[in-house]
Ligand binder design. Sequence first.
Ligand code: TAP
Length: 485
Amino acid sequence: MFEYAPAPESRDIVDIKPSYGLFINGEFVDGHGESFKSINPASEETLAEIACAAPQDVDRAVHAARQAYDAVWSGLPGRERAKYLFRIARIIQERSRELAVLESIDNGKPIRESRDVDLPLVAAHFFYYAGWADKLAYAGFRRSPTDGAGGGADPRPIGVAGQVIPWNFPLLMLAWKIAPALACGNTVVLKPAETTPLTALAFADICRQADLPPGVVNIITGAGETGQALVAHPDVDKVAFTGSTDVGRQIARSVARTGKRLTLELGGKAANVIFDDAPLDQAIEGIVNGIFFNQGHVCCAGSRLLVQESVAEELLGRLKSRMATLRIGDPLDKNTDIGAINSAAQLEKIRMLSEIGEREGAARWSPPCELPSRGFWFAPTLFTDVAQSHRIAREEIFGPVLSVLTFRTPAEAVEKANNTPYGLSAGVWTEKGSRILWMAERLRAGVVWANTFNKFDPAAPFGGYKESGFGREGGRHGLAAYLDV
Ligand code: TAP
C-alpha cells in the first residue's frame, strides 16, 4: 500500500483580520454585545475576535435595511437588481479559492468539498436568482385580476427579511437565503452561526466590491440571543430560518400572530434505502457520500441505512472495506475525506448519542484510524443491530454516524423510512424505474434521490415535511418565500 503524501492547500490566499465588526449600512461598525472568538476546529487556534450584536445593533441593522428597501431597492427595476446579483456571482467565482480556504479553516470541512461543492453551488445560486430578477412577472405568481387592489399586478417584494443560518454550510446557506431575497426586491439582515461567521463577513466585503447600495445586505454576528432579537424585531416582515427543529419551534412561537411571513428549514433523519437489485458498488459510494460528506453535518444526510435483508451481509462487508479507506485529518489537505467536527459542543453531542446507541444494544464499528491530537474529531462510525426505537435511529446525530436497519419487502421499507418525525430527504437504490416511482410516491420526504444522494442544484426546490419545516428554498418555488403572493 502506498501512503498518500500530504497535499495541503496554501492558506496564504486568505487574510484573516484580528477582529471583525458588524456589517451595517455598508460599513463595518462596533457591536455593543460582548465580542467572541471564532476558532479553527481542526487546531483549536483562535482565528479572530468577532463583534456581537446587542438589541440596539439589531435595531440599527433592521433600520438600515428598511431605509434601503424604501429608498432604493424595492423601486429598482428587476433588470437593475439582476446586474448586482450577476456581479456578486462573478466576484464569488473570482474569489472562490480564497472563500473555499476560509470556509475550511473556519468550519473544519475538507477543502475538496468547500472547493468543489460549496463554492460552485454558492456562485450558481446567485447566477440562478439573478436570472429570475427581471422575470418575476412570468414566474406564475402574478396576482389574480380579482384580487382587489393590486389585482393583475406583478408580484411585489415583502420588505425586510431577517435571516438566521447554521454552521454546516455557512456560505451556501447564506446564498440560499440572500440570493432569492434580493432578486425579489427585499433587503436583508442576516445572522450567521456563532462558530462560522468568517465567510459571511467576507461576503459583506463582496457586497461592497459589487457596489451594492448600503443597507441592502446587513450581516450581524452573535449567538442565539442575537438571532432571537432579529426574528422578534417588529420591523422585520419576513423571517427565514435554517437550523435545528427545537430553535425552529421557538421561532415559530415568537412570530405567531405578528403577521410576519415565516419559512423554516429544520433537521432530518433521512433513510437511504438499498434494494437487492441495486448496483452495490455505486450504492456504497452513495451511502458514504450520504453520511460522511461534510462529517455528516448535513440536514439531509442519509443517516439511516435501510438495506434489503438478502444483500445486507454482502453490502455491509463492502461498506466496511470502503470506510477503512476514508482519510481523516487536516481539512486543508486535498486528500482529506473527513475533516474536523465543527465545535466541541457538537463533538460532545455526537459522542453522547453514540454511547447511548451502544447502551441501548446496537453494535458499534469504526475502521482503525488515527485521529489528530488537537481539534475536534470523530471517526466514521457504523451501528448495526439497530432497532427503530433506538435513539440513534430516531434523533438527528449530525455527525459521521450511520445507523443500519434491514427490511424484507418494499412496503416494509416505506413503513420504516417514514417512521420518523422528520421528512427532509430520502434515497432509493434499485435497478427498476417503476420501483423508484412507487417508492417516491410513498416516501414522506421533500427530496427523494434515486440511485444517487446529496445532489443539489439551484433550480431544484428543497425543503421538508413534518418536523423538517415548511417552505421551499431553490428553484421557482424559492421565489414564493420572498414575494407578497
Ligand atoms: P441551531 O442551534 O438551531 O442554530 C441555527 C442558527 O440559529 C444559529 O445561527 C444560531 O445561533 C441561531 N439561534 C440559536 N438560538 C436561536 C433563537 N432562540 N432564536 C433565533 N436564532 C437562534 O442549529 P445548528 O446547530 O446551528 O445547525 C444544525 C441544525 O440545522 C440541524 O438540525 C440541521 O438539520 C439543520 N439544518 C437544516 C437545513 C435545512 S435546509 N433543512 C440545512 C442546514 C442545517 P448560534 O450559532 O450563535 O447558536
